[in-house]
Ligand binder design. Structure first.
Ligand code: PAF
Length: 280
């Protein structure tokens, strides 16, 4: 496995791969890798000739009040995990490499960025869209692999790629959960064992929504009210949003008409967790 940190070295590798007609799969990450990331990596290894995993904690997607400075990092373990998964290339650039001093351009994210995360993290998706577009250009990715866990992020990138005619196919892979049902996230390491029990209520609430909708419930307002109540009853301290929305437009689905996606963002202690369920 080759570990690249400079744009020049990456460009050399990418040129050689393109010359050899190899398809390039890219898995963008911020490190602190877990089984969810590795499932994306495995999908890329199956679908692409060569896989590049990028590890970069992107400062432009964190607001000043957020956890950029304490975002979990485990570069050595990440590299070991990627090596045993059979990844060919890791690109782990410095901040200066990605955002040099004179850097000043950024992507205005598509309309699907406006609701939900966009309301609570108003600068987040501009940062995500910008860095992902940069990474896709740097790696000349044929395919990019993203997790459904960040449902809105995946939609934002899908829409950006379509709107800006980026020559990359967006592949969205299923959420990976721990045995207890908690969606895997790098931020789960912040949870104490009591908080982890409370955090399970996100998945349990999504199970409940799924059952309700399968049983014929079509009243979006009622579903949303129940979602909030279940989370509060479980001890969730603050709910940013709990909703059912159309999976393409992300507008609230009331009345509910399939397909819909149930979306939750909530705080357990200081830790902000998100989860979702797509119902088709
Ligand atoms: O999902 C993430 O880890 C990040 O938002 C991403 C896509 C790597 C961009 O920094």
């Amino acid at each position: 496995m080759e570990i690249l940190s400079s744009l020049d070295d990456l460009a050399k590798v990418v040129r050689e791969l393109k010359r050899a007609n190899k398809s390039i799969g890219v898995v963008p990450t911020m490190g602190a890798l877990h089984e969810g990331h590795l499932s994306l990596v495995r999908q890329s290894l199956v679908q692409s000739d060569e896989t590049i995993v990028t590890i970069f904690v992107n400062p432009s997607q964190f607001a000043p009040s957020e956890d950029l400075d304490r975002y979990p990092q485990s570069l050595e373990a990440d590299i070991a995990g990627l090596q045993s998964a059979g990844v060919q290339y890791v690109f782990a650039p410095s901040r200066e490499e990605v955002y040099p001093e004179n850097y000043s351009t950024s992507v205005v994210p598509p309309l699907v960025a406006r609701r939900w995360e966009g309301e609570f993290r108003p600068t987040h998706f501009a940062g995500v869209a910008t860095v992902v577009l940069k990474l896709l250009n740097m790696t000349r990715a044929d395919r990019v692999f993203l997790g459904q866990k960040d449902f809105q992020q995946a939609r934002v990138i899908e829409q950006m790629v379509a709107d800006l005619n980026v020559a990359t196919e967006v592949c969205i892979c299923p959420i990976v959960r721990a045995d207890d049902g908690l969606a895997l996230s790098s931020r789960n390491v912040y949870l104490s064992s009591e908080q982890r029990t409370i955090a399970l209520s996100l998945n349990q609430t999504l199970d409940h929504v799924e059952r309700q909708i399968q049983a014929g419930q079509r009243d979006g307002f009622e579903v949303i009210t129940e979602m909030r109540q279940m989370l509060i009853d479980a001890g969730v301290e603050r709910i940013d949003y709990a909703t059912v929305a159309h999976p393409k437009t992300l507008e609230t689905a009331d009345p509910i008409e399939l397909p819909v996606v149930a979306l939750i963002a909530a705080y357990v202690g200081e830790t902000r967790l998100i989860d979702n369920r797509l119902l088709e």
